[in-house]
Design a protein around this ligand. Structure first.
Ligand SMILES: [Zn+2]
Length: 288
């Protein structure tokens, strides 16, 4: 009888131990992917931004607020990317450990060239992702010391795979890095700095479906003056529309999905995002 009781106790303890993995909430898919790699099989981090959502236009819904209120650890890029989430964390996330990756992640932060403040697209530099993996692992380990060795081993493995991807992308982009190109969402500063790319300019169309005559003139002037070889639409924009705007003076590359609007969430997403970006830039610039 005593034997049976001790087995029951052991299994109750095992259940209690696995229940101690913290409830983790992330802001959007690229951060969720990095955190998922560190958590591995221990648990799944939730994500506030719905699949396909644009982080810059995010508005908080009540169901998202309750996930946030239950969180024990929150990893997010910061208010520069999702201002509405910042307000919600301020009012709801009081109990949680909050890691604002731009400030607390250990990576580097760049400013927009035009003086418009902090560029939030920091996940697009693989060195930042590597620094963030260390911070994610350390944060989860202090929230859940029992699994510290697993978090650390998972993070080390993720770092190794990002380093290999980075070496591949460095080799892929080296032959095209002097060729100028233009982007339709000013998000590639970190990626361009890291790989030494020649980003000649960024054109923001905003929500306008058709640019006015003055804006068209400006866009065509920028394409002509910069000698841009390619322009890259942002994900969700019709590439044919971009071709009309630039008057076929440069090639139109594949849309650049820097915010993972079209990718499936999960541990593989981060590498897929970076690889797609490097490949689309190389594919377009390498012609002729
Ligand atoms: Zn963006």
């Amino acid at each position: 009888m005593r034997y049976i009781i001790s087995i029951a106790l052991a299994s109750a303890l095992a259940t209690a131990a696995s229940a101690e993995v913290p409830r983790v909430v992330t802001d959007f898919a690229p951060v969720q992917s990095l955190v998922q790699q560190v958590m591995g099989d221990l648990g799944q981090p939730a994500m506030i931004l719905p699949a396909g959502g644009d982080p810059h236009d995010f508005q908080m819904k009540p169901s998202q607020a309750s996930a946030l209120a239950d969180a024990q650890v929150i990893f997010w890029v910061g208010p520069e990317l999702m201002p509405a989430l910042g307000d919600a964390i301020g009012t709801l996330g009081g109990k949680a450990t909050v890691v604002d990756l731009l400030r607390d992640g250990g990576g580097h932060v760049r400013q927009f060239a035009d003086g418009e403040g902090t560029d939030p697209h920091a996940w697009l530099d693989p060195e930042n992702a590597i620094a963030w993996l260390g911070t994610i692992s350390a944060t989860l380990s202090s929230a859940d010391p029992e699994h510290a060795a697993t978090y650390r081993a998972n993070a080390d493995q993720a770092v190794t795979s990002i380093q290999m991807l980075d070496a591949d992308l460095t080799a892929l982009l080296a032959p095209v890095k002097t060729k100028p190109f233009i982007v339709f969402h000013d998000a590639l500063g970190y990626f361009g700095d890291h790989y030494g790319l020649n980003i000649a300019g960024a054109i923001e169309l905003g929500d306008a479906t058709t640019p006015g005559a003055a804006q068209l003139q400006k866009i065509r002037g920028l394409v002509a003056d910069s000698g841009a070889v390619c322009v890259f639409p942002e994900a969700g924009r019709d590439p044919k529309f971009i071709a009309t705007i630039i008057d076929d003076k440069a090639r139109v590359g594949a849309p650049q999905d820097v915010e993972a609007l079209t990718l499936t969430a999960g541990p593989e997403l981060y590498a897929t995002l970076l690889r797609n970006l490097g490949q689309s830039i190389s594919d377009c610039l390498a012609k002729d």
